[in-house]
Ligand binder design. Sequence first.
Ligand code: AHG
Ligand code: MN
Ligand code: MN
Length: 335
Amino acid sequence: MQGKTKTLGEFIIENQAEFQYSTGELSKLINAIRLAAKVVNHEVNKAGLIDILGAAGETNVQGESQQKLDVLANEKFIQTLKNREIVCGIASEEEEDYISINSLDENHQNKYVVLIDPLDGSSNIDVNVSVGTIFSIYRRLTPSGTPVTLDDFLQPGVNQVAAGYIIYGTSTMLVYTTGHGVNGFTLNPAIGTFYLSHPNMQFPETGKIYSVNEGNYIHFPQGVKDYIKYCQMEEGDRPYTSRYIGSLVSDFHRNMIKGGIYMYPKSSVNSNGKLRLLYECNPMAFLAEQAGGKASDGYGRIMEIQPTELHQRVPFFCGSRKMVEKAESFMARQR
Ligand code: AHG
Ligand code: MN
Ligand code: MN
């Protein structure tokens, strides 16, 4: 088990040469995310102990009630990235507009923008169930030395240079890709160090788990209804098992390890589903593809969608390749 003695810090340094034109900036950025993850982990872990539970009394840009930890996680990630002056812009689920970072040192010309879902699955906080953080990193399109623009954030997922998530679960893990496979690191909370515990993570090409909020069944498109019935049918390796945590990060993480499909389809009440393209679906799609899985809006590849809005929503089907292809085939019949 030699791999288990490698820390995330060591791994980042060893793999820096993989990036084209690498100046160490992306490594520093991932290091900053590692640090923010530890801070947020600390807050999440003590959530039940102090007066931090419950709604903060504010609503975010999506009109959803913000949990206190949403606000806190948002602040911690933004502050950590801002303080280190390693990105030129940040967009977050919890902020209506993107944040432009003006470096104090004008010669310090940062290349990267980051998009985050600071706390994913936040409705799970009050009931002690796993939550996560999702991040997505792009190289800016506009020239260095000028302020970032919305276009720097509205890039298709195929342009991502790195993406990942932190899962605050039975143990805390940081899982990320820079386009060279997916690696998972587990936090040893006693010493605050992430260790490489899951090298080269791979989605099984098929699986037996489907994850969808079936409470919305009557509102789903016919193709989704038919696929769900297919999953439940007694034939071959079916019926499949239904597992839905209500935290994309946690459902994705389980499905990547065990084999499965996650779905948040459009419905008669949400014409584009619920999940956000830029800081939920694209990073998960990049991870899925890098792990041999697949991510689709039901008809085509998530990462090829040209975004038009920061908080845009999109239907999402993601997981083991054969399962996503099967779901797509049901969608195609009902087009
Ligand atoms: P967030 O907590 O960042 O708002 O995201 C919650 C998302 C996703 O993680 C989860 O799978 C989905 O919303 C759950 O939605 P439903 O409660 O509608 O099933
Ligand atoms: Mn989310
Ligand atoms: Mn969130």
